[in-house]
Design a protein around this ligand. Structure first.
Ligand SMILES: *Cc1c(COP(=O)(O)O)cnc(C)c1O
Ligand code: SF4
Length: 341
């Protein structure tokens, strides 16, 4: 076996290094119509069940597109990003704000549902528009952080808060200088022990792990941890591997949360392979979320009897530390609710 330090360096060096600006250019060049998507993937015409959504438009950056199999309408990565006609389907148990998030706002841009930790809507946008997103109808403009030093004051004033979760949207959509000012502000608060970053940006644009970002994370005195959002092993290619190896080398604990999605990862093989591939890349599986019932996503829902069956077989095949906790979010509950199988 190769030594793991060598393996990490090899993963980093396997990819030509990127400059600190590349991610912005890549973001600007993201595909924004089903016509461009179909052309890029080699379809002769736009498949009949794809449509251009107006309220939550398609957005897919190229590093992610490259991992999608050409001319395969069932590709598990494609299905996460392509708006299907199914999104128009409405169902009684689905709504615009199934988690009642607006009720948990404790200040502009800040949500608190659980003890000792708050979630900050750090940026109003994402690099990719995941079709199953529970925040697809979230009024970001009303909630986002515009002036960190004023808006984050409530965290400074509440000594019970030990952990701040930077979420969004995606916090890494902020420029390095804005991100630095948020980090510095939080890091100066003595009772903030941990700063957690919830992000999908390194999954879709691994070039976001810039030297400047790495440097600023290294300067934070509080413990920094990252929770990524991978749903399928095919989302990890050499570029992503390289970005994860950099973070690992910098000593940052990396976890992963996934959503159980019909036709994307609703099989024992897909979930086992995801956990194993994550661990090969220094990432610990954390949560496997059952879908939040937000309008436009009912075609992603996996029936509970099916999810239980898949999950018990995943438990049987993996060591305990590679089994993510199966959870559902219930508005008003004191924590994410563990689903006992
Ligand atoms: C999910 C969530 C958290 C994080 O919960 P953990 O169980 O600590 O991962 C914190 N705040 C809010 C508002 C959340 O939705
Ligand atoms: S990156 Fe996260 S918040 Fe953004 S669209 Fe995807 S699931 Fe939603």
């Amino acid at each position: 076996m190769t030594h793991s330090v060598q393996q990490t360096d090899a993963a980093i060096n396997a990819v030509t290094s990127w400059s600190d600006d590349d991610w912005n250019t890549i973001l600007k060049g993201a595909v924004r119509s089903v016509e461009d998507l179909a052309e890029y993937l080699g379809f002769t015409s736009v498949p009949h069940n794809w449509h251009n959504s107006t309220d939550f438009p398609i957005r897919v950056p190229h590093p992610y597109l490259r991992r999608i199999e050409r001319r395969n309408p069932d590709d598990p990565l494609l299905l996460q990003v392509v708006p299907l006609a199914d999104e128009a389907f409405t169902s009684e148990s689905f709504s615009d704000d199934p988690l009642g998030e607006s009720k948990f706002s404790v200040g502009r841009g800040i949500l608190q549902k659980y003890q000792k930790r708050v979630l900050v809507i750090s940026a109003p946008a994402c690099a990719v528009h995941c079709r199953y997103c529970f925040r697809r109808n979230f009024p970001y403009e009303e909630h986002r952080i515009v002036r960190p030093n004023q808006q984050l004051k409530m965290i400074e004033n509440d000594p019970t808060i030990e952990e701040v979760i930077l979420s969004g949207g995606d916090p890494l959509m902020l420029s390095d200088s804005k991100f630095r000012s948020v980090l510095n502000f939080l890091d100066a608060i003595p009772h903030v022990r941990r700063i957690r970053i919830h992000t999908r940006l390194p999954v879709v644009i691994p070039q976001r792990i810039t030297s400047e970002l790495r440097e600023m994370l290294g300067e934070v005195g509080a413990k920094v941890l990252i929770v990524m959002h991978f749903n399928h092993a095919n989302e990890i290619d050499a570029e992503v591997s390289s970005a994860l190896a950099m973070l690992y080398k910098d000593g940052i604990p990396i976890f992963n949360q996934s959503v159980l999605l019909k036709r994307v990862n609703d099989s024992v093989d897909a979930l086992v392979s995801l956990s194993e591939t994550l661990f090969d890349n220094h990432v610990i599986p954390y949560y496997l979320h059952l879908l939040d019932r937000v309008n436009g996503t009912s075609h992603f829902e996996v029936e509970e009897s099916v999810s239980s069956k898949i999950y018990s077989e995943v438990q049987a095949q993996l060591p305990g530390y590679l089994v993510p906790k199966l959870v559902r979010e219930i508005p008003g509950a004191p924590a994410k609710q563990l689903q006992l199988i």
